[in-house]
Design a protein around this ligand. Structure first.
Ligand SMILES: O=C(O)CCC(=O)C1=CC=C[C@@H](O)[C@@H]1C(=O)O
Ligand SMILES: [Mg+2]
Length: 364
């Protein structure tokens, strides 16, 4: 039985602004959700980011405040079944009207309950989600806007074992960003390119003609570009399919996914990859169901953070471990925060170790 459900507001400054085509983030505001039962504490992180597909913080807070009063005395397992259903078909995801969705609030409470329940069972959260989960996951490094990156930084990442590097595009004029990519192509030492994988993210910056131009120009570069997230301001599936047929790398949907997904076959989205943010989908088990359904349809899946605190990174990383796929996940964001609510999972040589502690691994 839940004895206490507390919300602790926080504000965590970033070391430097996180820039994307949606603007710059300097501060992450949220609520640490703390659920107590039988001497154990489960934690969840609610740090909404509307441009990434969640509700605003005020809506998430209002929902969590209501729950904090209503759910004391409830059975945590039954409550989790309501908040983050076990048997929800992936097709139901995205069917709730946008105004009624509070996915970041659902995700935060679901994480706190799953942390608590897996601790009660004495097992780590990933094994509670999937007994065959992986104990470590590959992660990418996120370096920020392409225009702020040079070949020395890429070489440094590789030296530290971080092979997969994510860069933001769609911020500066397109031809300027192409010029930067050409300069990187020239500056990268031979041999380095073979050990590097580049992920690009335009965050919906371009019209169709610009996206065509970018893909056509980057396809001619000797740069190991592996994927491009959200190239189009209007991610229409037919246009995306046209671009995907032109691109020698995977196109991916991320923040536009939920609005597009409702009841849809992933193969009809026009892209080869889906980027899933559990806080935008509304839970750990919901995200796992959607990820498995997507992979079953032969699309790739990458799990990413919302530049979360350690309280969000731990359960999201455990979820990626439960998914057990070989792609690098976008969870290497802990170092962007100047302060944190706890210690994020350790990254070494491009791998995040998920530990063996019962629960998510987070401690405040
Ligand atoms: O994918 C990663 O490596 C880190 C997460 C990440 O890139 C993002 C998190 C939150 C907002 C966005 O700017 C961005 C994304 O769009 O993928
Ligand atoms: Mg993205």
């Amino acid at each position: 039985m839940i004895e206490r459900l507390e919300l602790r507001p926080y504000a965590l400054p970033l070391r430097r602004p996180w820039a994307s085509a949606h603007g710059a983030i300097r501060l992450r505001r949220g609520l640490l959700v703390r659920v107590e039962a039988k001497g154990l504490i489960g934690y969840g992180d609610c740090a909404p980011l509307p441009e990434a597909g969640t509700e605003p913080l005020v809506a998430a807070s209002a929902m969590l405040e209501r729950w904090a009063h209503a759910f004391v005395g409830c059975d945590p397992e039954q409550l989790l079944t309501e908040i983050d259903p076990l048997d929800e078909t992936a097709h139901a995801i995205g069917c709730t009207p946008p105004k009624e969705r509070t996915p970041a609030a659902h995700y935060a409470l679901a994480c706190a309950l799953a942390d608590l329940l897996s601790q009660q069972r004495g097992i780590c959260l990933r094994c509670w989600l999937n007994p065959a989960a992986c104990a470590r996951i590959a992660v990418n490094a996120a370096l920020g806007p392409v225009a702020q990156v040079d070949a020395a930084q890429l070489a440094d990442c590789i030296r530290r074992g971080l092979r997969v590097i994510k860069l933001k595009v769609g911020i500066a004029p397109l031809e300027d960003e192409l010029a930067v990519l050409r300069a990187l192509e020239r500056a990268i030492e031979p041999g380095l390119a073979d050990r590097l994988v580049l992920r690009l993210d335009a965050n919906g910056a371009w019209g169709l003609a610009q996206a065509h131009r970018f893909i056509e120009a980057t396809a001619r570069l000797r740069l190991p570009i592996e994927s491009l997230e959200e190239p189009l301001a209007d991610p229409d599936p037919l246009r995306l399919a046209e671009l995907q047929s032109q691109a020698p790398f995977a196109l991916a949907l991320d923040e536009s996914l939920i609005a597009r997904f409702a009841g849809c076959d992933p193969r009809a989205l026009g892209v080869r990859r889906l980027v899933l943010k559990p806080a935008a989908i509304g839970g750990l088990r919901r995200t796992l169901a959607l990820a498995r359904h997507t992979q079953g349809s032969s699309l790739e899946v990458v799990i990413t953070s919302l530049i979360d605190s350690a309280a969000g990174l731990w359960p999201t990383a455990q979820l990626a471990g439960a998914l057990a796929n070989p792609l690098a996940h976008g969870l290497g964001t802990g170092a962007w925060l100047a302060r944190d609510l706890g210690t994020p999972p350790l990254i070494q040589d491009g791998w995040m170790a998920l530990g063996d502690r019962p629960g998510s691994g987070f401690s405040a």
